[in-house]
Design a binder for this molecule. Structure first.
Ligand code: GDP
Length: 206
């Protein structure tokens, strides 16, 4: 697992508090309760890495996790790599002011962060493409950032229903003219974990 060995670095309320903008990083975004923390834990193979919660709406922060450096070509220094967990909202009632703060902060982060290589968007397969997801896709489109969508909680649907949801999303993404990719995922069964890890490593090395 190339994402094994992830470690908590810091939690930040604004982008200026994030680790130095060097190397490469991938950001995780998702509506609250979509299953983002569970996905981070499954992908890194670290059960307690991101705090999962049944009660959405807890304090929101951006959280930086370091990964072991990725080996590069001969004669090149290994690449410093990170995962950034972006705050999610949209499920529980979040005060309008806080929502606006994070919308602006996420937008600024996507525009300014030079080490950012792409976004992993976590979306509940039963309720995909809510307002938060559309906003993230719009931001990625505007900043030319690759976006990879994990349709998570796939274990809640039959195989057939999950495949249909994926096909519908891919069709919608293509119609919207985005370069975004998508896959089925579950932190529980687990499903699609290797595929997602490979997508993340590809983003980091782009
Ligand atoms: P976050 O708010 O996006 O970080 O969501 P969490 O990871 O905390 O998950 C929210 C809820 O969904 C928790 O009750 C999780 O146990 C549940 N959950 C997350 N991922 C999955 C999944 O793949 N399958 C199922 N069945 N439940 C999940």
């Amino acid at each position: 697992n190339p994402l094994q060995g992830a470690q908590f670095v810091l939690a930040a309320h604004r982008i200026s508090q994030l680790p130095p903008d060097d190397g490469a990083e991938v950001a995780f975004a998702g509506r609250s309760n979509a299953g983002k923390s569970s996905a981070l834990n499954a992908l890194t193979g670290h059960r307690g890495l991101a705090r999962t919660s049944k009660t959405p709406g807890r304090t929101q922060q951006m959280v930086a996790f370091s990964l072991p450096p990725l080996p590069q070509g001969e004669g090149e220094a290994p690449l410093t790599v990170r995962l950034i967990d972006l705050p999610g909202y949209g499920y529980a009632k979040v005060p309008e002011e806080l929502r606006a703060h994070w919308k602006q902060e996420i937008d600024a982060y996507l525009h300014r962060r030079r080490s950012l290589r792409g976004v992993v968007l976590i979306s509940d397969i039963r309720h995909p493409m809510k307002e938060f997801d559309r906003m993230m896709l719009d931001f990625c489109f505007a900043t030319h950032l690759p976006c990879h969508v994990l349709l998570t909680k796939a274990d809640k649907l039959s195989r057939n229903q999950a495949a249909q949801a994926l096909a519908a999303l891919r069709k919608e993404l293509a119609a919207g003219g985005t370069q975004a990719t998508a896959q089925v995922f579950s932190s529980q069964t687990p499903t699609g974990v290797d595929e997602a890890r490979a997508a993340i490593v590809t983003l980091l090395q782009t």
